[in-house]
Write a protein that binds this ligand. Structure first.
Ligand code: C5P
Length: 229
């Protein structure tokens, strides 16, 4: 059967990756979490002390000079049944979900050279189609010709509650307010940066999942895929 590219974009913590993972599984497609790549670069910068002012600023020069030394890969984890992110051969799946990375990632992801490197990698991964990728610029910049573009939204209360639950389950000691502030700050930074700001593609189809279960959201996405095949 014909394989397509599915681009899923939206603000932070709207359930993009939950949907993208489920959709890829259902269609037997590859799932790529582009946010994990920006998070991996951010972790590399943290490890090298290039993150300044509590995540608001980055020491850009050494990071840009070292971009070729950053190798990101994904490997299937048979215990969790999910794909884990690796940075230079080390599994960093847990660290990249934690708050130090969440606080600094928007400052790192606005750097043009970082985006160029990651977009090139993302486009390579989509060469053979049969891919679901989620992020902020997938339908606008990475795959502007994607056969299906979804723009996922959910209300702030739902988004905060979902992300808070995820972080608490990971063992994080964080307040609901801190989670909300981080989501709002990232939304603002990601939408207002000069390079590939977060934007709905004109030809994207909206799914508001505030009041939909995971299964209902998946069902709607599968219906939209079938319309394209
Ligand atoms: O999707 P996730 O929340 O893991 O993304 C983390 C951050 O990575 C975003 O807040 C954004 O700054 C950046 N990002 C991006 N472009 C993408 C995916 C993520 O700038 N395609």
């Amino acid at each position: 059967m014909q394989k397509i590219i599915i681009a899923i974009d939206g603000h932070s913590a709207c359930g993009k990756s939950t949907l993208a993972k489920a959709l890829a599984k259902e269609l037997k497609y590859v799932y790529i979490d582009s946010g994990a790549m920006y998070r991996a670069v951010t972790l590399y910068a943290i490890e090298n002390d290039w993150i300044l002012d509590e995540g608001k600023e980055v020491d850009r020069e050494p990071l840009i000079e070292n971009l070729d030394n950053i190798n990101i890969s994904f490997n299937y984890n048979s215990t969790s049944g999910k794909s884990d992110t690796y940075l230079n051969g080390i599994n960093i799946e847990t660290e990249i979900r934690e708050m130090p990375v969440a606080r600094a990632v928007s400052a790192v992801s606005k750097i043009k050279e970082v985006r160029e490197k990651l977009v090139e990698f993302q486009q390579k991964l989509g060469k053979n189609k049969g891919i679901v990728m989620d992020g902020r610029d997938i339908g606008t910049v990475v795959f502007p010709d994607a056969e299906l573009k979804l723009w996922i939204t959910a209300n702030m209360e739902v988004r905060t509650a979902r992300r808070y639950k995820e972080l608490i389950e990971m063992g994080s000691h964080i307040s609901v307010d801190e989670v909300k502030q981080n989501i709002e700050a990232r939304d603002y930074e990601d939408s207002h940066r000069a390079e590939s700001p977060l934007k709905r593609a004109d030809d994207a189809i909206d799914i508001d999942n505030s009041y939909l279960s995971k299964e209902e959201t998946l069902h709607e996405a599968v219906r939209l895929v079938n319309e394209k095949l």
